[in-house]
Design a protein around this ligand. Structure first.
Ligand SMILES: [Zn+2]
Ligand SMILES: [Zn+2]
Length: 203
């Protein structure tokens, strides 16, 4: 499939993500760089910061072991196809950002169909054509050299601090358990954020 990651693994990734798409292909290429440079993490040894919440994030979680659930994938929805990775043991780090031409990609027809697709306005024929173009584009990304897709440099900010699990407290309004760092104290009552927003009028 044009990647050094075993085909079985890629099939499992596509099943996990739900479809095959250019974003997933981009995430696979990013993961290849990370696996080469930093290795795969099973614990929280490597931490990733994503500056987008797009399809690539799923590939990176699946392939590098940096996952939202473990807390070593921090997703910042900044709308940039950029990802930083930090290895805690020796401080080695890198930031991978899509080249502007690679990020736009696809040519005139692709972009026109993409816009129509975003508006849900594709005819069945256009939809078929768009799918074909997406498959082509995904395959092209997978076969590309990382250097042609990405600018690889140093992260712009230092590694995020460890975020150990915090104690939980009970919300005085709904009775549900909430992490103490996310709770609010209001007129002597402990409130979860949802109750705080519901019960305390904004100034
Ligand atoms: Zn996708
Ligand atoms: Zn509550």
């Amino acid at each position: 499939m044009g990647s050094k990651i075993p085909e079985e693994k890629l099939k499992a990734l596509i099943a996990f993500h739900g479809h095959w798409c250019p974003g997933l292909a981009t995430g696979i290429k990013i993961s290849e760089v990370v696996l080469d440079e930093l290795g795969r993490t099973t614990d929280e040894e490597i931490v990733a910061v994503a500056e987008t919440d797009n399809c690539a994030v799923d590939a990176i979680q699946f392939l590098t072991g940096c996952t939202v659930g473990k807390g070593n994938m921090i997703v910042k929805d900044l709308g940039k196809s950029a990802f930083s990775f930090y290895r805690r043991s020796d401080g080695k780090s890198l930031r991978i950002v899509s080249r502007p031409d690679a990020a736009r990609g696809g040519g005139e027809e692709y972009r026109t169909l993409q816009e129509k697709s975003n508006e849900g306005a594709l005819t069945p024929e256009e939809s078929e054509r768009f799918e074909a173009l997406r498959r082509e584009r995904s395959a092209r990304i997978l076969e590309s050299e990382p250097e042609s897709l990405f600018i690889i440099g140093e992260p712009l900010v230092p590694a995020p601090p460890f975020a150990p699990m915090k104690r939980s407290v009970l919300c005085d309004a709904c009775g549900e358990s909430v992490m103490e760092t996310k709770a609010r104290l209001c007129d002597g009552r402990v409130l979860c954020l949802a109750c705080f927003e519901r019960l305390v009028p904004r100034p």
